[in-house]
Design a protein around this ligand. Structure first.
Ligand code: GUN
Ligand code: ZN
Length: 425
């Protein structure tokens, strides 16, 4: 079935951080065949070229690439919005007890389904998620995503110290379990396995070394971890790795720094760390609602983008306080303001789509609307609540029409989601 969608079709010809808002394009229609976008352009021309297509007319709604959440912890779905702790206390008080429950595969399956339903309702078509130390927690998310036809990335979280009994593996079992999951899921349908040491404090050097070797043996995999999120955490890392030059060096020394490495948070970076991350073309993942919610600090989006870093945007569920990438863009805007850089709506939207796709080395497949791209789409109602509708009445540009939805929008703004060329729900 050929599908022809009409609406305000937003795409990017370049990175607006480099090319300005003019990097964005607005068209009136797109055509989908066999799960892929085959044409973007004027409505009349595409109607004439595909007279047999089924037409869905979204009117004034915005049609965009689906949102891509480049760093999430699906097992923390049920503990989102837990009160009053900072990172290390928050992990011990809320996160680890909840992650322990994933020893039960039935619970893992239930939360995985709930998580993907919640994120899809918020217009997120792809995620890159941590699981728990339990291999069945990976099977649960992969199976649920496979059933929905989604392109996702996920991996078993590895921890062999500084975590409670029941939530620890070993260097050897982390390597072997990860290798088995990788063989089972990586490249199956739209699923990708991600090698996932949680962060340096919960891994021994031996475990980091084993996972570095696994990554070297499987270079088509991404590797995800956390870096320099809170100052207490950085002090802890210095105590645990006295010979390391800095936090990044704990990864670098064990084969865990490179292109395809995703470093969550990356707030309090030393000059050497920034230089090395740029040199190897690693990805920094900005998690703004988490950074304010857990009190971590202000990511330097302006400086890091200007220095050429690959930057993705993410919720960091459930350290982050929302499943919504709209709310996440709003928080990125607010953090930008506190750092003296008002991000343009084109930059925010690009981060939540193509920026995240680039951080996952997947921008040749998802994150934009262009011929050849996979048809993962979100359709946005630009007047989804009375507050938003009244704020857009005098809008003269697409950005003035869109910014109130970025700042005030939630799942009510999501008119429709398409996955791999198929409308959902
Ligand atoms: N650092 C290590 N683990 C986590 C986690 O689960 N959430 C956040 N925000 N930071 C972490
Ligand atoms: Zn995280």
């Amino acid at each position: 079935m050929t599908e022809l969608l009409l609406g305000q079709v937003l795409s990017f010809a370049a990175d607006p951080f480099e090319a300005g808002p003019e990097a964005a394009r607005l068209d009136a229609a797109l055509v989908i065949e066999a799960g892929r976008i085959v044409a973007v352009g004027a409505a009349d021309g595409l109607r004439r070229a595909w007279p047999q297509a089924r037409v869905t007319d979204y009117g004034r709604d915005l049609i965009s690439a689906g949102f891509i959440d480049a760093h999430a912890h699906y097992p923390q779905t049920a503990i989102i919005a837990s009160w009053g702790k900072r990172l290390i206390d928050w992990l011990n008080s809320y996160t680890f007890p909840e992650e322990m429950r994933f020893a039960d595969p039935a619970y893992a399956a239930e939360v995985a389904g709930r998580y993907l339903d919640l994120t899809l309702a918020n217009g997120t078509t792809s995620v890159c998620s941590y699981c728990t130390i339990h291999p069945a927690s990976v099977d649960a998310l992969m199976s649920e995503a496979q059933a929905r036809g989604q392109r996702i990335w996920a991996g078993k979280t590895c921890m062999d110290r500084n975590a409670p009994e029941g939530l620890r593996d070993t260097a050897q079992s982390a390597h072997d379990d990860s290798a088995a999951l990788l063989a089972k899921w990586h490249g199956v349908d739209r699923l990708s396995y991600v090698i996932t040491p949680r962060f340096s404090p919960t891994s021994t050097p031996e475990q980091l070394e084993a996972l570095g070797a696994l990554w070297a043996a499987n270079p088509s995999c991404l590797m995800q971890t956390h870096l320099s999120e809170q100052l207490d955490e950085i002090d802890w890392v210095k105590g645990l790795y006295p010979n390391a030059r800095d936090y990044l060096d704990t990864y670098e020394a064990h084969g865990l720094l490179g292109r395809g490495g995703l470093y969550g948070h990356a707030i309090h970076l030393e000059p050497r760390e920034k230089a090395r991350l740029a040199e190897v073309d690693a990805s920094l993942i900005h998690c703004p609602t988490s950074n304010t919610f857990i009190g971590s600090g202000l990511f330097d989006i302006g400086g890091l983008k200007a220095a050429g870093h690959r930057v993705g945007l993410a919720t960091d569920t459930g350290g982050g306080s929302s499943f919504s990438m709209l709310r996440t863009m709003a928080a990125a805007y607010e953090i930008g303001q506190l750092r003296g850089r008002a991000l343009h709506p084109a930059e925010l939207w690009w981060l939540a789509t193509q920026g995240s796709a680039r951080s996952l080395l997947a921008d040749d497949r998802i994150g934009n609307i262009a011929p050849g791209m996979e048809a993962d789409l979100v359709v946005i109602d630009l007047g989804s609540t009375p507050a938003i509708a009244q704020a857009t009445t005098r809008a003269e540009t697409i950005w003035q029409a869109l910014f109130p939805t970025i700042m005030l929008g939630d799942d009510r703004a999501i008119r429709a989601v398409w996955i791999n060329g198929t409308p959902r729900g």
